[in-house]
Design a protein around this ligand. Sequence first.
Ligand SMILES: [Zn+2]
Length: 314
Amino acid sequence: MNTRLFRSVLILLVIACPAVAQIKEQNVRAELSFLASDAMQGRGSGTVYERIAAEYIGSQFRQFGLEPGGDTDSAGIKSFVQQVALQSGATWNAIGVLRGSDPAGEAIMLSAHLDHLGVNEAATGDKIFNGADDDASGCVAVLELARTLAASKRPRRTIYFVCFGSEERGGFGSQYFIDHSPVPLTNIVADLTFEMLGRPDAKVAAGTLWLTGFERSTLGPELARQGAALVADPHPEQSFFRRSDNYPLALRGVIAHTISSFGLHTDYHRPSDEVSKIDFPFMTQSLNSLVKPIQWLANSKFRPAWLPGQAPTR
Ligand SMILES: [Zn+2]
């Protein structure tokens, strides 16, 4: 092939191959600003505000073209919200499904928690725990990955997008989901839980997220090899691997880790965890680094595994 022809073919190839869809900062900002607004009263676990958060997230999932994974009503219509009865009251999960083509039913799961600490009426000054970073940021990560992945070619593995209720009060939403999983847990080849990634962590390189339990399995290193801006958790003394919704799944054998950039900021579990503190360009850029690696994971035959002696036992 002569140089001129080669160049034309190259240009045609570039035009023909659609670029990987990108997460837009305006969408990150829109969803996060709603979830962490004062109107949502801190999305207290088991409150009507947590339920509204679940309905909102489910409504977005519907807009993105996902299948509903929640309850079926008396008319036989399936919704995106799953109500979970608790000892007193209830909690709500939001579940959307991007159905894959794999006849064996392999799946991956992307998750976060939609509840936070609500309102402290006894506090002086700001009483609302907005939870912009914890964990509106994680819900927005799940939402925007859903939007982007649903807009691309149908994956081989089914992807479950799940936002859990009542994490802050004891992980009730995720526990129920695990005990009543819509897919056998052995079919879930990986779970990525998203927690507090709205602000950069000064302990890692700029634009980078970290993965809890990075050294325990082959998942983190492989995602990093595929281009994810993902490194090991720089705060091992905090035991973050055991402190989120990934952990009960990991205890059941699922390769499950949490992605975060929590730099131990002092707004943690305080009313000052506000939208104004979120670094939207950072959040958008670092999430965008995950799009291609997650697409790869959803389409590859790669099955992550615990390294010898690294599966959690209790
Ligand atoms: Zn959290």
